[in-house]
Design a protein around this ligand. Structure first.
Ligand code: NAD
Ligand code: TYD
Length: 351
């Protein structure tokens, strides 16, 4: 495969995947297709924009005609599909936007890929990147495996689940050579500050309240984004056709414990007295349909492909915080305009 399309490469995870592929595979041409929504930012991949094996394409995956013409023009042999609407809270306010991008957008890519390569799928691959949230919620015990039934609870996870089902169905019906992964919560550099960790880092820097939903006892598994990019690289190159792999950090945290850890590291980094940032914690109205617990059994990818996370949570969190502290211009540039409107509306800020 010489021509590889990565969708959503100007977003959080996509930018790490694009950077890794451009640097590690100089013999392949990497096309980064992104609509540059509020979550997409070319600054995220500025360091590789002039590499000879890299091309940026501004396009919307919901525009079937444009997507078809791009596939005909460039004849992408491999696709890594990450473009999506990705924030649960936004999906509660505007579910249809999630259906359009996550379901219809994925359909357009699938259709374009199928109609281009249907006569010869040899050495072609469509990789769909998904989330553990499609499995719904766990109680206090248990882990999500690749055979856990889908049971999505938010419009975001329902739209991702629908797209996963179409990918599988295209595999069965048309022989689509696909691989699919379901990953837990990522964190790291370039994370958009609407998600828990970067939002709270930004608010701590600015001495703003830390809005913890409900009782803060919700549990997530966290994975450093660069370790996710390594897993994606492995699955793309070594994963078996028509297989799903769960990816996780072996790293469960209750939100409130995570927030307290974050506060204590931030106090040290900012030279503030211990306990200063914790005072910003504010319990707020819960998210509707809030999933209690996500936890991943990543034994399959570990056993079959030899993948495991390379950094501990403490190391990854420290690297993340250091990155945000030394990239405050980036943080400032993404938290103006539309972000302020979103923030005030989401967190009922009246002044
Ligand atoms: P993100 O919101 O940071 O980035 C999404 C990117 O997609 C942005 O660059 C945006 O401009 C682009 N995009 C959105 N709509 C588009 C459209 N219609 N056409 C073209 N481009 C469009 O998302 P992320 O956190 O980097 O997630 C990437 C993928 O990984 C998503 O598919 C998400 O479901 C999945 N995922 C995310 C996590 C996580 O913790 N963030 C965990 C597991 C899986
Ligand atoms: P988030 O980063 O939005 O990821 P996801 O909902 O996809 O897991 O949220 C992580 C957890 O943090 C989730 O349990 C919701 C909670 N949360 C808050 O308590 N306050 C916030 O302001 C946000 C954005 C999330």
């Amino acid at each position: 495969m010489k021509k590889i399309l990565i969708t959503g490469g100007a977003g959080f995870i996509g930018s790490h995947v694009v950077r890794r592929f451009v640097k590690n595979y100089p013999d392949k041409h990497i096309y980064n297709l992104d609509a540059l929504t509020y979550a997409g930012n070319l600054e995220n991949i500025k360091d590789i924009e002039n590499e000879p094996n890299y091309t940026f394409i501004k396009a919307d995956i919901t525009d079937a005609e444009h997507i078809n013409s791009l596939f005909e023009e460039h004849r992408f042999e491999g696709v890594l599909h990450l473009a999506a609407e990705s924030h649960v809270d936004r999906s509660i306010k505007d579910p249809l936007a999630f259906v359009k991008t996550n379901v219809m957008g994925t359909m357009n890519l699938l259709n374009a890929f199928i109609s281009l390569w249907k006569d010869n799928f040899t050495d072609r691959r469509f990789y769909h990147i998904s989330t553990d949230e499609v499995y719904g919620t766990l109680g206090a015990e248990g882990l999500f495996t690749e055979t856990t039934p889908y049971n999505p609870n938010s419009p975001y996870s329902a739209s991702k689940a629908a797209s996963d089902h179409f990918v599988r169905a295209y595999g069965e019906t048309y022989g689509l050579p696909y691989v699919l992964t379901n990953c837990s919560n990522n964190y790291g550099p370039y994370h958009f500050p609407e998600k828990l960790i970067p939002l709270f880092i930004n608010n701590i820097i600015n001495n703003k309240p830390l809005p913890v939903y409900g009782d803060g006892k919700y549990t997530r598994d966290w994975l450093f984004v660069e370790d996710h990019a390594v897993a994606i690289d492995l699955v793309f190159h070594k994963g078996k056709n028509h297989e799903t792999y769960n990816i996780g950090g072996f790293n469960e945290w209750q939100n409130i414990d995570l927030v307290k850890l974050l506060c204590s590291i931030m106090d040290k980094k900012l030279g503030r007295e211990a306990g200063t940032s914790e005072k910003l914690i504010t319990y707020v109205k819960d998210r509707p349909g809030h999933d209690l617990r996500y936890a991943i059994d990543a034994a399959k990818i570990n056993k079959e492909l030899g993948w495991k996370p390379s950094v501990t949570f403490e190391q990854g969190l420290e690297r993340t915080i250091d990155w945000f502290l030394s990239n405050q211009e980036w943080l400032n540039s993404v938290t103006t305009g539309e972000y302020q409107k979103y923030y005030n509306n989401q967190y009922d800020v009246t002044k």
